[in-house]
Design a protein around this ligand. Structure first.
Ligand code: ADP
Ligand code: MG
Length: 246
């Protein structure tokens, strides 16, 4: 199977600190590939390398077999890699639908200049509505984003990523700070999405990871400690000792 996304020997150094060291990963179609590891392990740096927010010092990123190493974030987004951030990234005074509009338009040129006229672009509206529907917030289309609960705001963020019509999703701790019920809703949402999308999920919530991910990569100090099918990695003694044990 040709992986959707592959990294080969990816490395990133900040000053003297190797945040990501020689990481090689493969993500297959319709796979949830979770990356776990303690704080500072290099997970967000990996996401930033994949989305173009950071340039690697060494190694390559291949997307659908094409070398995308070092491309600008907007070029990478145009290719169909959508990402969320560890902190929420919504426009609080805009409605949910408007937030999705903005996201949908971000894949078009001059996106902000045309925002106020976006009603005229039916395909943008369609994409925005689809994003809202997929993330389960259609009923809140005209609700201001800051009136949503925290969990719903994180859901909206995923909707905004989906409104860009990605083929591949990068989600950095989408369940951070959520209660059981809210994270349960996101788990359900991700499960549904995995039918159509490949995704890389950085997550702290182990129960969530084990219930939805098919592949698991454990990072420690910028390096891959173990990677493979979830059950195999979960029972790896080095993983148990280094991460799950604490
Ligand atoms: P994680 O997401 O696993 O918690 P990060 O990828 O955010 O880890 O960070 C990995 C390491 O790289 C940490 O030691 C962090 O302090 C460092 N780091 C991350 N981003 C930067 C940056 N922009 N400049 C300098 N150091 C950074
Ligand atoms: Mg992080």
């Amino acid at each position: 199977m040709i992986p959707v996304l592959e990294t080969q020997g990816l490395s990133k150094t900040f000053g003297g600190l190797a945040a990501v060291k020689d990481v090689s990963l493969r993500v297959n179609p319709c796979e949830i590939h979770a990356i776990i590891g303690p704080n500072g392990a290099g997970k967000s740096t990996m996401v930033n390398l994949l989305s173009g927010q950071l340039r690697p010092c060494a190694g390559r990123v291949l997307f659908q077999g094409k070398d995308i190493t070092g491309l600008e974030p907007n070029r990478i987004s145009h290719l169909g890699i959508g990402r969320s951030f560890q902190r929420t990234n919504i426009f609080p005074t805009f409605s949910c639908l408007e937030n999705c509009w903005l996201a949908a338009q971000s894949r078009m040129k001059n996106s902000f200049r045309f925002f106020r006229r976006s009603e005229r672009y039916p395909e943008v509206r369609e994409r925005a509505e689809k994003g809202l529907e997929l993330c389960g917030l259609s009923r809140h289309a005209h609700t201001r984003a800051d009136a949503l609960s925290y969990g719903e705001q994180r859901q909206l963020e995923i909707g905004m990523v989906l409104a860009t019509e990605p083929v591949f999703l990068l989600l950095d701790e989408p369940m951070a700070g959520m209660g059981r019920e809210e994270s349960g809703r996101v788990v359900e949402l991700l499960g549904r999405l995995s039918r159509d999308y490949a995704l890389v999920l950085v997550e702290h919530d182990m129960d969530a990871v084990f219930s939805i991910a098919s592949t698991l990569t454990v990072m420690v100090n910028g390096e891959v400690l173990a990677s493979g099918p979830v059950d195999q990695v979960r029972n790896n003694p080095a993983v148990q000792q280094a991460y799950l044990g604490d």
